[in-house]
Design a protein. Structure first.
Lengths: 244, 301
């Protein structure tokens, strides 16, 4: 199943008046791939992502995510994907268990399935003892891991992660990536943006946006060869010169 | 001493955010407070900039006490807090003018200090601050924090959420500022930025793990680290964790940083184990310790 495209983007464009934020980008992401979506601030990453997760309409071009057209079936897109960002993931004033049950409900899980999944999730993350604690009392790293798992409750084909490890301590960051690896290994496609260039190395392929266009798309290994760089950090610096 | 902190503690309810912290920052130093979210960095900044009162301990900034002389401190420090805190609906120019006026000065008076930074956003001076990109917002916030020629500059996670290009440029700006005699206390969760500071304090969960120059901190790391790579990173991590002699296994970009429990570790033995487990294209090479390695070892409980 690794050959099937779970995301297909063709000449996707977003304009705000005269300003073209996303300029006819095209790419594909295969099932089970870890795809890194990088770019400098202001490059158009967030705008592009918003279109892919069905919360912003394209100005022109096409995008198919998890089998649905983002323009004509955004609600189906939302039901078929998982999403997690650093800015918003869980409700601080609900308990760990309440968050899981709430999101399970939103994703349309049946009561019986949800009960089983909640128990399994709490156990897998080692959160049995804090199930009835408010999420606000958890350290950031635990919150991130929980948010990630919650975004997968409905077994989506693809999960979108928007800078999921910003500010998190180095150990938890790596534990988080081990969770990402495991998820991809099980066949879920992971679409992730990050400013940590070492994390770019963990991706199967990486795309780099500059001024609304995709200026590079390949495996980290090939990108380093192409740009004669020792690391993804160097690739990025060579490519994404600050053009404001 | 530009900044002196003696046994400062601060709790929010049950949570001890800062736990008996002491440290000094010399005049003209570029000092880094290195630690993840929740370490206590912002709380320390707020205490030093007189926005928060500590539960215990004392502190001075530029020779002024944070409690008794708080007004003097406010006149002599520049502060760039974590989130963008300028006025979104004022233009770039209006924001700068506002801050200059509040501090009883003009843009012209200390323009030399901010010139390098401001010229990069000057073309956009009529744009509303809220419409600027992340990198430009940073530059504006920095300009506003410097407009009154402060003795000490406090920068709370100025590069969090910012792309590597802007991060690099920002630190180049800081180095130039340091040459103009300003003491700079900067906090960051990025370990690679720690290497750019004169001295750093590694901090986690409200406690200081270590204070020294980045180079010294690295030499204190007790083990030899090996860069290991194989065709499949995920399989490599799982397999290494199964190896009975492993001490730490951490992915670091294209390599895994591996340390062994034994003093006289023979990489060939490990190579054999990995090959027998079915991994391909294995490389094992000794590598240099980084601040991040040290931080993770110190934070390990």
């Amino acid at each position: 199943m690794k050959n099937k495209n779970v995301i297909q983007v063709k000449n996707l464009t977003k304009k705000f008046g005269d300003f073209t934020a996303v300029d006819a980008i095209s790419f594909e992401v295969k099932q089970g791939e870890i795809f890194g979506f990088l770019g400098a601030n202001g490059a158009g990453k967030t705008t592009a992502m918003k279109m892919l997760i069905g919360i912003s309409n394209p100005s022109s071009g096409d995008a198919m995510v998890a089998g649905f057209d983002v323009l004509t079936h955004p609600e189906d897109v939302k039901k078929s994907i998982g999403y997690m960002s650093q800015k918003f993931a869980l409700y601080d004033d609900l308990t760990v268990k309440e968050n899981i049950v709430f999101y399970g409900g939103i994703y349309g899980l049946k009561k019986k399935d949800l009960k089983i999944k909640t128990k399994a999730l709490l156990h897998e993350l080692g959160l049995d003892d804090v199930a009835d604690e408010l999420v606000s009392s958890l350290p950031l790293g635990w919150k991130q891991k929980l948010a990630f798992s919650v975004a997968l409750l409905h077994d989506p084909k693809v999960i979108f992660l928007d800078e999921p490890t910003g500010g998190v301590d180095p150990i938890t960051r790596r534990q988080f990536w081990e969770m990402i690896y495991k998820t991809a290994h099980n066949g879920t496609t992971v679409f992730v943006t990050t400013h940590y260039m070492d994390e770019a190395e963990y991706c199967d392929r990486v795309s780099i946006m500059v001024d609304g266009k995709i200026e590079a798309l390949d495996t980290p290994k090939n990108l380093k060869k192409q740009f004669q760089a020792a690391s993804m950090n160097d690739v990025f610096l060579k490519l994404a010169r600050n053009v404001e | 001493m530009s900044i002196e902190i003696k046994n400062i503690s601060k709790s929010y309810g049950d949570l001890k955010a800062v736990d008996n912290i002491s440290l000094d920052v010399k005049e003209g130093e570029l000092f880094g407070l290195i630690g993840p979210d929740g370490a206590g960095k912002t709380t320390i900044f707020r205490i030093l900039t007189t926005l928060l009162v500590a539960d215990e301990g004392s502190a001075t900034v530029a020779g002024y006490d944070v409690i008794d002389d708080y007004i003097s401190i406010r006149n002599h420090v520049g502060y760039m807090p974590g989130r963008f805190s300028l006025y979104q609906d004022l233009t770039v120019e209006e924001n700068l003018k506002f801050f200059a006026t509040i501090f009883g000065t003009t843009i012209e008076e200390n323009y030399e200090l901010i010139k390098d930074i401001y010229v990069q956003i000057e073309p956009f001076k009529k744009r509303r601050a809220g419409k600027l990109s992340g990198g430009m917002k940073q530059k504006l916030a920095l300009s506003c924090a410097l407009i009154h020629k402060p003795k000490v500059l406090f920068l709370d996670e100025p590069t969090t959420g910012v792309d590597p290009v802007s991060r690099k440029e920002f630190w180049e700006m800081l180095k130039r500022l340091q040459q103009k005699g300003i003491t700079i206390l900067v906090s960051t969760p990025y370990m690679d930025e720690a290497a750019l500071c004169d001295r750093i304090a590694l901090i986690q969960d409200g406690k200081i793990l270590e204070i020294d120059t980045p180079q010294e901190i690295i030499t204190h790391y007790p083990k030899t680290i090996y860069d290991i790579s194989a065709d499949n990173m995920y399989e490599l991590i799982i397999t290494l964790n199964k190896y009975e002699h492993h001490y730490s296994v951490y992915p670091f970009g294209e390599f895994v940083h591996y340390t062994d429990l034994r003093k006289n570790f023979n990489p060939n033995q490990l190579q054999q184990f990995l090959e027998e487990s079915g991994l391909t294209n294995i490389t094992i090479q000794q590598t240099e310790t980084t601040i991040e390695d040290t931080f993770m070892e110190l934070a390990r409980t």
